[in-house]
Design a protein around this ligand. Structure first.
Ligand SMILES: Cc1cc2nc3c(=O)[nH]c(=O)nc-3n(C[C@H](O)[C@H](O)[C@H](O)COP(=O)(O)O)c2cc1C
Length: 196
C-alpha cells in the first residue's frame, strides 16, 4: 500500500492550514492510501547549528525529534506539507525542519556524489499554504523554499494550492470551496501514487 507522510507546519493545531491539510489527508485516505500525520509544533527540534557533523555519514549530529520525522518522510511515497505564510515565508517550524535536512543534502551530494541540480524524484509532493492578504507575490518565497526542500527529499512538487484571505484561525470555516479544493488535491496525489 502506498504511504503518504503529512506534515502540519502551523503553530495552530486547528487553524487554516491544519484544516486544509486534514481535508487533503481525508481525500488521500478516501483513495485507499495510508497517511501518517506529523504535527511539527508538538515536536522538539533544534535549528541547524551548522556544525556539519553530518559530513561523516550524513547523520545529523543533533539528536532530537528530527530523526523520526526524517525517517517518516524518507519511508513515504508521497509528502504533503502545509504551512501558513509568515513574513512571506514558511513558518519557523517548517523552516527548522528544512534546515535540518541539510544533513540529507550533504549525504546526497557530498557523500554519495550526486551532481547538484540532478533530481531523483522518488516521491510526489503536495504543498498547501495560506495567508491573510491577497498580494500577487504572497506565496513566491515559500514556494521557492519548498521546491528546493522537496528536491532534497527526492520529491517532485506535483501540486500546490494557495489560499488567500485567511487570517483568524476560524476563517477557513467560511470557505468550504477551499476545503474541497484541498480534499481534491489530496485525492489527486493519492491517485497519482497508486497509478505510478
Ligand atoms: C508571525 C506571523 C507572520 C505573518 N505574516 C504574514 C504575511 O507575511 N502575509 C500574510 O498574508 N499573512 C501573514 N500572517 C497571517 C497568516 O499567514 C494567516 O493568519 C494564516 O491563515 C495562518 O494560518 P494557520 O491558521 O494555519 O496558522 C502572519 C501571521 C503570523 C502569526
Amino acid at each position: 500500500m502506498q504511504q503518504i507522510t503529512a506534515i502540519y507546519g502551523s503553530p495552530r493545531l486547528e487553524g487554516n492550514t491544519a484544516t486544509l491539510l486534514r481535508q487533503a489527508v481525508a481525500g488521500a485516505r478516501s483513495q485507499g492510501v495510508a497517511v501518517r500525520e506529523i504535527f511539527l509544533r508538538d515536536l522538539k527540534m533544534s535549528p541547524c547549528l551548522e556544525i556539519y557533523g553530518c559530513k561523516r555519514d550524513g547523520e545529523c549530529a543533533i539528536h532530537d525529534d528530527f530523526q523520526p520525522v526524517r525517517d517518516a518522510i524518507l519511508a513515504a511515497d508521497g509528502i504533503m506539507l502545509a504551512s501558513p505564510i509568515f513574513f512571506y515565508a514558511v513558518s519557523a517550524q517548517v523552516k527548522v525542519l528544512m534546515d535540518r535536512f541539510q544533513s540529507q543534502w550533504v549525504k546526497k551530494h557530498w557523500i554519495e556524489g550526486l551532481p547538484m541540480g540532478q533530481s531523483r524524484n522518488l516521491r510526489k509532493g503536495l504543498f498547501l499554504a495560506a495567508g491573510a492578504t491577497h498580494g500577487k507575490k504572497l506565496f513566491d518565497g515559500a514556494l521557492l523554499s519548498v521546491k528546493y526542500f522537496f528536491d532534497v527529499l527526492d520529491t517532485e512538487l506535483s501540486d500546490y494550492r494557495f489560499f488567500r484571505g485567511l487570517d483568524y484561525a476560524e476563517d477557513i470555516r467560511a470557505h468550504p470551496e477551499f476545503q474541497s479544493d484541498a480534499r481534491q488535491a489530496g485525492a489527486d496525489l493519492a491517485r497519482a501514487l497508486s497509478a505510478a
